[in-house]
Write a protein that binds this ligand. Structure first.
Ligand code: ADP
Ligand code: ZN
Ligand code: ZN
Length: 700
């Protein structure tokens, strides 16, 4: 037989190998094969009787790895879809989709089993002398009924080796572990809006359907999907939930465990240890996990009984994978639900404009919530501080300082938000205008005063802070602009009695992680932080949110910037006044009349979305046209440009329905020493764009 194998090499094809005893039942198994001088792990994609390769040149497979059950058709279909849609070689998508452990030939952990005593074992127990204390304890426990390895391990020291011995002598035997019934703990009486929403969503549980659950922060979206999950689990189906932030998963995981006692809940994030990750992955693959909760990489977890997919904060940028096999986990989640014939629920307070447009056009089912779930919680009042009228001193305008002082006096908590880590975003020489750039990227280096270092936020390069200007020798270098560290110091001077805590990824790294930091954040008077603070977290006493640099996204060359800014500002606003205390949001801006800010003040996402969509329709931007980019990366800028030029010359077959633009440097043109440029291709028809891209990549 010929095995056609997907291998992790940058070629868009399958590789043929010989195997004497293989059958079609081997499709989906991992396989170890020779490749050149190396050995690679691949996945058997197809089994055939003939190959185009001459018999003499076909090499035999080394070993079919049958320790992991073959990946099911639906999983193969998802990988194929991803490969075709994003024009990435199949084998590379496979590699991206597998947990690291399964990309090696190393043994995988066995699926957890339960153990029981055999009749011989029962007799043996009666005659086992009491001096074999641990063995007796183990046998006695098993005599009372089945037990899992982990339970035995917790009760009897050395249980693992005793078990192994017991299995060899035939006293003990493993059996398929029992799956306990997941239960659901009801926590709240639903509001009438929530009841209505869940009624609609329940109606669509039997088939593929995309719903957009759109509701202001605190409107109880999480509560709704928890209930929906309970319905799906009651049918013994599996649920996949994608969330944006790795750091937020522990809190959410804890909430899930509280609400679904008895359920087998598996998390999947890139921060997990290799074995832990693959263990969860296999539980899902074997159909034993009830709930898989994870970040974007979880979209590839095989789930034979998939009954529901939830994407929380569906607009979040972290669902996009920008390196390696580029893809959007949100879009793949939809493709996945389609393949499985299951519904998918996208949740957001500020949906991506693409999803919003699909909901408006009826392609997605729109389910809206307009009120906060807790009676007393009202939406915060959002006010704009015109910085032309109130020029900020050291970054903070007088009205915001006053508001902070009031909160301090009342013993309430405030949040000062700015999306810039470090002390200052640039180090410059006021005498000659020199600015410290990263030598590997087209970006400035950021001053980190706490660490006494300069750091590039793009490639991670760090350097010491120079004592004088390398151009003119001026010893008086200045840190320009403000980051969280600087604002923390400024606030410390203004409010010496206040407990001030900075929450950003630097602080999370320096302390013992974000979870710890967020716990300590409960007790601070003033929090200074980046978007880490804006997402998901609840602060009971927080009544004021101040935003320092709200204008950075308003006039960006990237047409998506305004969408992102709105989502982010609304997320920050959502932190204020969640429970008993009314909240207030103050936004410093030079452009208070800007439509984005005006919509924000009115809590009018819909108005904002409609106006931006109208602009995009006019200007021919997505989602009204479909777009793809051909990127070139090279250490030599000229080569990258030449490649793109020749690619454009070869693209003449596109016809009138395809527009190919000139090559342009990417917005961060140099990253870690690599020059990056791209060619944009647009079309009003997605199928035509896809056909064009397929033909184009064949030529290239
Ligand atoms: P969202 O996901 O829309 O931001 P959540 O589901 O997190 O909102 O709910 C916000 C808060 O309201 C949470 O503290 C939640 O426990 C609470 N909550 C949700 N639904 C209800 C309800 N029906 N009654 C009372 N409290 C609720
Ligand atoms: Zn100088
Ligand atoms: Zn750099």
């Amino acid at each position: 037989m010929i095995l056609r194998v997907a291998l992790d090499v940058p070629l868009p094809k399958l590789f043929d190998y010989r195997s004497e005893d293989a059958t079609r039942a081997d499709i989906g198994y991992r396989v170890l094969v020779p490749f050149g001088k190396k050995r690679l792990i691949g996945v058997i994609w197809d089994v055939a009787t003939k190959s185009k390769i001459a018999d003499s040149r076909l090499r035999p497979v080394e070993k079919i790895l049958r320790d992991v059950a073959p990946f099911p058709r639906e999983w193969l279909a998802l990988v194929e879809f991803c490969s075709a849609y994003y024009h990435s070689p199949l084998g590379q998508v496979v590699a991206a989709a597998l947990p690291p452990r399964l990309r090696t030939a190393k043994a995988v952990p066995l699926p957890p089993r339960d153990y029981v005593l055999t009749p011989i074992g029962r007799k043996a127990l009666a005659t086992t002398p009491s001096r074999h204390r641990r063995l007796r304890a183990l046998l006695e426990r098993l005599a009372r009924g089945r037990a899992s390895e982990s339970e035995l391990h917790a009760q009897v020291r050395g249980a693992r080796s005793l078990l192994r011995g017991g299995i060899e002598t035939g006293w003990i035997t493993p059996i398929e572990a029992g799956r306990s019934e997941p239960r659901f703990v009801h926590a709240h009486e639903l509001t009438s809006e929530q009841r209505q929403a869940i009624g609609i969503l329940r109606g669509g549980l039997e088939k593929f359907l995309v719903s957009l659950l759109f509701g202001v922060t605190g409107s109880g979206k999480t509560e709704i999907y928890l209930q929906l999950i309970a319905d799906v689990l009651a049918r013994r189906k599996q649920v996949l939930i994608l969330v944006p932030e790795i750091a937020l998963t522990p809190a959410l995981e804890a909430a899930f465990r509280d609400r679904f006692p008895g359920a087998c809940i598996v998390t999947q994030t890139s921060a997990m240890a290799e074995l832990e990750r693959v263990r969860g992955w296999l539980l899902a693959h074997h159909g034993r996990a009830d709930i898989v909760l994870g970040t974007r990489l979880a979209v590839f977890t095989p789930l034979p009984g998939l009954g529901l997919v939830v994407v929380d904060e569906e607009q979040d940028a972290s669902f996009k994978q920008r390196e390696g096999v580029r893809h959007s986990a949100r879009d793949l989640a939809i493709a996945r639900a389609h393949i499985a014939g299951a519904p998918v629920v996208l949740c957001s307070a500020t949906p991506s404009l693409e999803s919003f447009q699909h909901a408006a056009s009826g392609k997605y089912e729109l389910v809206s919530l307009t009120q906060r779930a807790i009676d007393r919680a009202v939406l915060p009042a959002i006010r704009l501080i015109d910085t032309r009228v109130h020029p900020p001193q050291e970054g903070i305008a007088a009205p915001l300082l006053e508001a902070l002082a009031t909160r301090l006096a009342r013993g309430e908590q405030s949040l000062v938000f700015l999306n810039r880590r470090g002390y200052a975003p640039a180090l410059a020489c006021p005498a000659c205008g020199w600015v410290k750039g990263c030598r590997r990227c087209s970006a400035h280096m950021v001053v980190h005063l706490a660490a006494q270092r300069l750091r590039c936020h793009h490639c991670g390069l760090t350097e010491g802070i120079p004592r004088s200007c390398p151009e003119c020798g001026n010893p008086d270098l200045q840190a320009f602009g403000r980051g969280t560290q600087r604002i923390e110091l400024v606030l410390g001077k203004k409010f010496p009695q206040a407990r001030i805590l900075r929450v950003d990824s630097d602080a999370a790294r320096a302390k013992s992680g974000l979870e710890d930091l967020l716990e300590r954040a409960e007790h601070a008077d003033i929090l200074v932080g980046t978007q880490i603070l804006a997402k998901g977290h609840h602060f009971e006493r927080l009544t004021l949110a101040g935003v320092l640099n709200a204008d950075s996204g308003l006039f960006s060359s990237d047409y998506r910037a305004s969408e992102r800014t709105f989502a982010q500002l609304q997320q920050v606003a959502g932190r204020a006044g969640r429970a008993n205390l009314p909240g207030e949001v103050l936004i410093q801006t030079r452009y208070p009349e800007h439509p984005l800010h005006q919509s924000l003040v009115r809590h009018d996402y819909v108005g904002f979305a409609k106006s931006v969509l109208a602009e995009r329709r006019e200007a021919g931007f997505p989602p009204f046209v479909f777009e793809a980019a051909l990127r070139a990366e090279s250490h030599d800028e000229l080569r990258a440009r030449r490649f793109l030029r020749s690619a454009i010359d070869k693209a003449s077959h596109g016809g009138t329905s395809i527009t190919v633009f000139d090559p342009v440097p990417m917005s961060l043109a140099r990253l870690a020493g690599v020059e990056r440029a791209q060619v944009l291709v647009q079309s009003r028809s997605r199928p035509r764009l896809q056909t064009f891209l397929a033909e184009w990549s064949d030529i290239l």
